[in-house]
Design a protein around this ligand. Structure first.
Ligand SMILES: [Zn+2]
Length: 191
């Protein structure tokens, strides 16, 4: 109860502060009229939109908090206009959420995240040069850390089964050998 106006209702607003793997969710409960409740909503919502996205787990917790706060706002907006004693102090709702930093930051996060997903979904994988392709099917023998291609009819330690742009890109059971151009051959040592 801030200003003593009626009608008023109990609202629960939350905000998240997320940092990588850590995060804190704060809960704010109070009985507010429409004006004071809207002021609290704008404050907590702007805070969580600014600080809630920066964790792995808390990104999703924040998503729930954002929708929870919107639900509380909807309940507040169904209240009639507040009737209060003249002179009673009440909270100033101030600027709407979409004019505050948290909203702008969230819009940027969605825009950058969305375009990144779109680009990675529509960009074809970088092809391997033809000279790398010729390694596939070749047999290889290693001495120390060096791999050399050898005749499959002779003794060999493995067979090149695929190519990768990075060392970690080969299937886990295969050995990766670096090519002069920086790509890797994936060598199946059971063949
Ligand atoms: Zn009030």
């Amino acid at each position: 109860m801030v200003c003593g106006a009626t009608p008023a209702t109990q609202v629960t607003l939350r905000s998240v502060v997320a940092m990588a793997v850590f995060g804190v969710t704060s809960t704010f409960r109070g009985v507010y009229c429409r004006d004071c409740g809207l002021a609290m909503f704008r404050k907590r919502m702007s805070a969580t939109l600014l600080t809630g996205w920066w964790g792995i787990l808390h990104f999703f917790i924040n998503l729930g908090v954002v929708f929870g706060n919107l639900g509380e706002r909807a309940r507040l907006m169904r209240l009639g206009p507040p009737v209060r004693n003249p002179g009673a102090g009440f909270l100033n709702p101030g600027r709407p959420v979409f004019l505050r930093a948290g909203f702008i930051v969230s819009a940027a996060v969605l825009l950058i995240g969305g375009s990144f997903l779109l680009i990675s979904a529509t960009t074809p994988p970088v092809p391997f040069p033809a000279e790398d392709q010729t390694y596939i099917g070749e047999c290889a023998q290693h001495s120390g850390t060096e791999w050399t291609t050898v005749d499959c009819l002779g003794p060999h330690d493995g067979k090149v089964v695929s190519l990768s742009h990075d060392r970690g890109g080969c299937p886990s059971q295969d050995r990766a050998a670096k090519l002069p151009d920086g790509n890797y051959t994936c060598i199946d040592t059971s063949q």
